[in-house]
Design a protein around this ligand. Structure first.
Ligand code: PLP
Length: 439
């Protein structure tokens, strides 16, 4: 019996012993093509020499120094790097160890901002149904995924949830994408008005929804309208780019493609590419200034914030993406992946929708393609697909969940940016094999 409290106590996991570019290798020597980057993490694959060297070099000089005593060079340089490339108005970076921590920091920064500027009555949060923002209690309360929240409801603060922007199921027949986006922005505004605009703190959303919907981008104009609604009522906009950020959709920040900026942006996963655990919250100048000119101190903090080795690893990952022009590669490979998915699964009786941006693509699985009827929960499709894919030597990220009370199944693909075209063929072949075994 393993003494590790594993994610699932009724499952046995192969032991990963080696990373080799876009592959992971287990103790039996089986190779798995990592088509999901784990969970949209491993953007540079698993054996990048430059990143490994940067980590070695940093550990050799300074592994860690607690940030209540010191700042450190990789943290300062990484902050400069990110702010220089961030959407307008974001001027500083708060470093943490992962995505949930980044979301918690964003929520508390939003709250403290309103206290600093003399609006302590602003405490309500609005997010979207069918969203995931992390598993710590504040982040879990923010997310609207019923299944993930269920057991822990008594521990969660109250958060309002409005409709996600999910054209495949939400856009009405005869409604244009623009009109759909406008309808959703109205829904958000109505919720702000219902709660009382002076009491609302922030609206939280992922620019491209990952874990709960499977790479769903918003319809054109949705985020610009959301930004206008937030501004009209003095509500902060928090964009959660933990999964979709750091180049995954073909631009460094997914928000760039929406033509909006945010008051706070959370990033993680692809920031360190899995070489070290790291996340961050980018903070707008008005929030930074309010705190700097007020109490001067963000009342928060973890032991490992600004970890020197984690920052050095993330800096090496981000420099590699820029120096090797991998964002262009993401756009090019993304098109290739999309073409192959459409070619192979476009007419598949159980693939209802193929969507996404860059190397962030999703397939929605349905029992009936014609009327979009989801599979019955008893099918436990996601576990079966994951198993079949692993048997075929492929890592993909299938998820089941509820869509406004209904079952929904999808597969998320988020492979490393370093793939060759032959890997795209291998990916689609192996996925086909896995799906044929299950459906
Ligand atoms: N936010 C989003 C959008 C996510 O997809 C995730 C994880 O999947 C998180 C936050 C939580 O990140 P972590 O698992 O690093 O805590």
């Amino acid at each position: 019996m393993s003494h590790v409290f594993h994610r699932h106590l009724k499952q046995r996991y192969p032991t990963a012993v080696k990373g080799d570019g876009p592959y992971l290798v287990d103790a039996e020597g089986r190779r798995y093509l990592d088509a999901s980057g784990g969970a949209a993490v491993s953007c540079l694959g698993h054996s990048d020499g430059e990143v490994i060297e940067a980590i070695r070099d940093q550990v050799g000089r300074l592994a860690y120094a607690h940030t209540s005593f010191f700042t450190n060079e990789p943290m300062e340089t990484l902050a400069d790097f990110l702010v220089e490339r961030a959407p307008e108005g974001l001027s500083s970076v708060y470093f943490v160890s992962g995505g949930s921590e980044a979301v918690e920091a964003a929520l508390k920064l939003a709250r403290q901002y309103f206290i600093e500027i003399g609006q302590p009555q602003r405490r309500h949060l609005i997010a979207r149904r069918q969203s995931y923002h992390g598993n710590t209690l504040g982040a879990l309360a923010t997310g609207g995924n019923a299944w993930r929240r269920q057991q822990f409801e008594p521990l969660l603060v109250e958060v309002s949830h409005v409709s996600p922007c999910y054209a495949y199921r939400g856009q009405a027949a005869g409604e244009t994408p623009e009109a759909y986006g406008e309808r959703l922005a109205h829904e958000l505004e109505n919720e702000i008005l219902r709660l009382g605009p002076e009491s609302v703190m922030a609206f939280v959303a992922e620019p491209v929804v990952g874990a709960t919907l499977g790479a769903v981008p918003a319809v054109p104009g949705y985020f610009r309208r959301v930004r206008e609604v937030c501004d009209r009522h003095g509500v902060l906009l928090i964009l959660d780019e933990v999964m979709c950020g750091m180049g995954r959709t073909g631009s460094l920040f997914a928000a760039e493609q929406e033509g909006v900026s945010a008051d706070l942006i959370t990033i993680a996963k692809g920031l360190g590419g899995g070489y070290q655990p790291i996340g961050a919250t980018l903070v707008s100048e008005r929030i930074r200034r309010a705190i700097a000119e007020g109490s001067g101190f963000f009342q928060h903090g973890h032991t490992y914030i600004g970890h020197a080795t984690a920052c050095a690893a993330a800096l090496a990952v981000q420099r590699a993406i820029e120096e090797r022009d991998l964002l262009s590669r993401v756009r090019w490979l993304g098109e290739g992946l999309r073409e192959r998915l459409l070619d192979r699964f476009g007419d598949h009786p159980h693939v209802g929708d193929i969507r996404g941006r860059g190397l962030f693509q999703g397939l929605e699985l349905v029992a009936d393609r014609a009327d979009k009827t989801p599979f019955a929960p008893s099918r436990k499709l996601n576990a079966a697909i994951k198993r079949a894919a692993m048997e075929a030597g492929l890592m993909c990220y299938p998820m089941g969940g509820t869509i406004d009370g209904q079952r929904g199944d999808h597969i998320l693909l988020a492979p490393p940016f370093i793939l060759e075209e032959s890997h795209l063929d291998e990916l689609v072949d192996k996925l086909d094999t896995a799906l044929a075994r299950v459906m």
